[in-house]
Design a protein around this ligand. Structure first.
Ligand SMILES: O=S(=O)(CCO)c1ccc(-c2ccc(C3CCCC3)c([C@H]3C[C@H]3c3ccccn3)c2)cc1
Length: 240
């Protein structure tokens, strides 16, 4: 395949982020606190500051019945669905279509008082990975989003403070074949979703405000996104 200008960075980040996402929370180093739990969803964060700014890494693990990893990643990656599930989004533009699995986005997020409004430029890459733990198991799918520069959209020129993020959505499909050899239906599949994110808010914002925002928004985001995928796929054929 022809390589594009971002390929070396994309390939390095994907390998690094997938390796971290696949580690259990115990292996990810110390200091992870469980801060939200809802059924199968568990959300952990580590309190970290860079130059006095809150950049708390987040790691969420969720198991959702009835959907596959390919479906979850497709609804997360594809810009045409984003306004349906990303509630804090004010505006989204695809700045560049580098390939069918690599896009560059500009997003502005709704202002969260008293912080000033934020925007972000990031490349987004979707990839299928071989399931090296279970050779004949379904493939693993991932989407990695990582901040990047855009000469046409320099940081902190307009009203928005530029944020910097690295996000990894890793999805492992599980099939529980029916006893009687019947065809696989949505009742026989589930997806283990691992969502990792580090968001640097770019400019100063009160730590207490940011932590309250993250505590409220991340559980809401993951529940809303997964419910959206369940609803969008329930009458469609399974996509592995
Ligand atoms: O996974 S993605 O790539 C999906 C594509 O959209 C992603 C996720 C999250 C963000 C984001 C950007 C800015 C903020 C804050 C920081 C200071 C003020 C605004 C937040 C905070 C608001 C929290 C939040 C958490 C989860 C979901 C949405 N909102 C989150 C951006 C992209």
């Amino acid at each position: 395949a022809i390589q594009h200008r971002l390929w070396p960075e994309v390939d390095r980040l994907v390998k690094q982020q997938v390796a971290m996402a696949r580690m259990g929370i115990g292996e990810c180093g110390t200091g992870w606190q469980l801060f939200a739990e809802d059924g199968e969803m568990k959300m952990y964060r580590r309190e970290e500051e860079v130059d006095g700014m809150v950049v708390d890494p987040l790691k969420a693990v969720h198991v959702v019945k009835g959907i596959t990893g390919h479906e979850v990643c497709d609804y997360f990656f594809n810009p045409k669905y984003r306004y349906d599930w990303e509630t804090t989004l004010e505006h989204m533009t695809v700045l560049e279509t580098i390939s069918d699995d690599t896009l560059v986005f500009l997003q502005t997020h709704k202002r969260i008082w008293p912080a000033s409004q934020r925007d972000v430029v990031f490349w987004s890459h979707m990839r299928k990975l071989p399931n090296d733990q279970d050779r004949d198991g379904p493939d693993i799918w991932t989407v990695v989003n990582n901040s990047t520069e855009s000469p046409e959209h320099p940081a902190n020129v307009g009203k928005c403070v530029r944020i910097y993020l690295t996000v990894c959505l890793l999805c492992q499909t599980r099939v529980h074949p029916p006893k009687d050899g019947a065809p696989i239906t949505r009742n026989n599949v589930s997806c283990k979703i691992t969502y990792c994110s580090v968001v640097n808010p770019g400019g100063w914002a009160p730590a207490s405000v940011l932590r309250a925002v993250y505590k409220r928004e991340y559980p809401k985001f993951l529940k809303r996104f997964t419910s959206y995928v369940i609803n969008q796929t329930k009458n469609k054929p399974l996509m592995f």
